[in-house]
Design a protein around this ligand. Structure first.
Ligand code: GAP
Length: 444
C-alpha cells in the first residue's frame, strides 16, 4: 500500500486535500491522471448502465437535501456508527474497529484500555440554508445518491413513460462524517457513488437481484479487475437491513484486506413506502395491462467510484524487469490498466527533440490522434526513459516517430511509426493513417 500511495502522489493520481495546511482528514483531491482515470470509470459505468440499455434513464440530483427526505428514509434517526472515546489519548474510535488483547478491548492508537461506553454517532454532515440559524434552516449533505432517485420517482416515471422493470441511475458525490477514515481513499468523508435503483414487480425482485449481481461482476471484469481478487459475500439475514430480502457485497482483495466495493441489495418497496407515508404523495405505478396500481419494489446495485478507482490502481500495479538504455535489465514499475481505463491512451515520442522534421511529424501524429483519445506528447530524455515514465502511469501504447517515418530509410517506410505495447514491450511498424482505428479498437 505504501508503494501505491507514494506512486499516486508522485505521478499525480491522488493528493491529500488541503495538504499545504496539514491536510483535511478523510478528504482527497484527484490530480491530472486521477481525474482522467475516474472520468473513464464513470463514463464506462454510464455507458453500460444507461446508454446501452432501453430500460434505464439517468438523474443528477442535488447534494443539499431537505431534512424531511432523510427523516423519512431513516437516516436522521438511525444512520449511525457506534463511537467510543479513549480517555487516555482522547481519540474517537469506532466501537466495532477496536483492537483486543487477552479479550480486553483497547485503543488502537495508544493501547489504553480506559474507554467510554459506545454511543451512536450520526454520520451525516449538517449545514444551514440561508441567513437564519434556526432549526428550520437545517439541510444535509446527502449521505447517498439513492434518496433523490426515490423522491423523484414519480417525476421521472411521468416524463419517461417507462414500463416496469426499469431503472434510474445516478453518479454523484455523497458525504459521511466517518469516525475513523482510513486505508487511503477507501473510507473517505467525501466520495462518489454510482447507483442504480431498478424498479420492478414484487415477484421479480429475487431474480433481478441475481441478474444484477452477475451484471456487476461482468462490469468489474470489463474494466480489467481480475476476477480472482473479486469475492461475493451473501450477507446473512441478521446483518442485512431489516427491509432487505437479499444483499450481496462485491468485495475486492485490497492490500489491506478483503473489503466491500459495492452492495447489490433487494430493498423491497421500503424506500418508496417511507416517502409515501411521510409526504402524503402517491409514488406508485399503474400497470396498463393488468389495471393494477401498486408500489414497485427495487433492486439496488450501489458502487463506490473512489473505491473502484483504488481497486483499479491496486490491481494494475506491477513490477517486472525491462532493459535500460544500455540493455541492462532493471526493475520497471508498470500500471497494467485495461486500455479502456488508462488515463492516457497513447504517448507520442519524436526520436530526437532537436531534429525539427521529427518534432513536426510527431506533432502532426498528435493532432491526428487527439480527437479520438487522450494523448500525451513527450520529447524529453532518452527514449527508454520516456517509455518507462509512461509504463509507470499505465499508458498502453507508445508511438515513436523516427527516421524511417521521414522516409530516410527507404520510401516504403515513409509515414510509418513504431507502435509499442506497454505489457509485452513489443514494437510493430504501423502506417500513421491506420493508427486512430487500430488504437481506438483497443480502448473502447
Ligand atoms: N444506497 C446504498 C448505499 O449507500 P452503502 O453500502 O452505504 O450503500 C454503497 O454504500 C457504496 O458506496 C459502498 O459499497 C462503497 O463503495 C461506497 N462507500 C460508502 N461509504 C464510503 C466511504 N466512506 N468512502 C468511500 N466509499 C464509500
Amino acid at each position: 500500500m505504501e508503494k501505491i500511495v507514494s506512486l499516486c502522489k508522485r505521478r499525480g493520481f491522488i493528493f491529500q486535500s488541503s495538504e499545504i495546511y496539514g491536510g483535511l482528514n478523510g478528504v482527497w483531491d484527484y490530480g491530472p491522471l486521477g481525474v482522467e482515470l475516474k472520468n473513464n470509470l464513470k463514463q464506462y459505468w454510464w455507458q453500460v448502465t444507461v446508454r446501452d440499455r432501453d430500460d434505464v434513464i439517468g438523474l443528477d440530483g442535488a447534494i443539499l437535501t431537505h431534512p424531511a427526505v432523510l427523516k423519512a428514509s431513516g437516516h436522521v434517526d438511525t444512520f449511525t456508527d457506534p463511537m467510543v472515546d479513549c480517555r487516555t489519548c482522547k481519540a474517537r474510535l469506532r466501537a466495532d474497529q477496536l483492537s483486543e488483547k487477552n479479550g480486553v478491548k483497547q485503543c488502537p492508537n495508544c493501547g489504553g484500555k480506559d474507554l467510554t461506553e459506545a454511543r451512536p454517532f450520526n454520520l451525516m454532515f449538517q449545514t444551514q440554508m440561508g441567513a437564519s440559524a434556526d432549526p428550520a434552516s437545517i439541510a444535509y449533505l446527502r449521505p447517498e445518491t439513492a434518496q433523490s432517485i426515490f423522491v423523484q420517482f414519480k417525476n421521472v416515471l411521468d416524463v419517461s413513460r417507462k414500463k416496469l422493470p426499469f431503472g434510474i441511475a445516478q453518479i454523484g458525490k455523497a458525504f459521511r462524517n466517518e469516525i475513523n477514515p482510513r486505508n487511503f481513499t477507501f473510507r473517505s468523508r467525501e466520495f462518489e457513488q454510482m447507483e442504480l435503483e431498478y424498479f420492478c414487480r414484487p415477484e421479480q425482485g429475487m431474480d433481478l437481484l441475481a441478474y444484477w449481481l452477475k451484471e456487476r461482476i461482468k462490469f468489474y471484469e470489463e474494466i480489467g479487475i481480475s476476477r480472482k481478487r473479486l469475492h461475493i459475500l451473501d450477507v446473512p439475514e441478521k446483518e442485512r437491513a431489516f427491509y432487505s430480502k437479499g444483499t450481496f457485497d462485491i468485495e475486492y482483495e485490497f492490500p489491506f484486506g478483503r473489503q466491500e466495493l459495492e452492495g447489490v441489495a433487494y430493498r423491497t418497496d421500503y424506500d418508496l413506502q417511507q416517502h409515501i407515508k411521510a409526504s402524503g404523495k402517491t409514488l406508485d405505478y399503474f400497470d396498463e395491462e393488468t389495471k393494477e396500481r401498486f408500489v414497485p419494489h427495487v433492486v439496488e446495485p450501489s458502487a463506490g467510484v473512489d473505491r473502484t478507482v483504488l481497486a483499479l490502481i491496486c490491481d494494475a500495479y506491477a513490477e517486472d524487469t525491462a532493459p535500460d538504455e544500455k540493455g541492462k535489465m532493471e526493475t520497471r514499475i508498470v500500471m497494467r490498466f485495461h486500455p479502456r481505463m488508462a488515463p492516457i491512451k497513447c504517448a507520442i515520442f519524436p526520436l530526437l527533440r532537436n531534429k525539427e522534421s521529427l518534432v513536426t511529424k510527431a506533432r502532426q501524429v498528435q493532432a491526428i490522434l487527439r480527437p479520438h483519445m487522450n494523448v500525451f506528447y513527450d520529447e524529453g530524455g532518452a527514449i527508454g526513459r520516456r517509455y518507462r515514465r509512461q509504463d509507470e502511469i499505465g499508458t498502453p501504447f507508445g508511438v515513436t516517430i523516427d527516421f524511417e517515418t521521414l522516409g530516410e530509410k527507404g520510401e516504403e517506410l515513409r509515414d510509418t511509426v513504431t507502435l509499442r505495447d506497454r505489457d509485452s514491450m513489443k514494437q510493430e511498424r504501423v502506417a500513421i493513417k491506420d493508427l486512430p482505428q487500430l488504437i481506438s479498437s483497443k480502448i473502447r
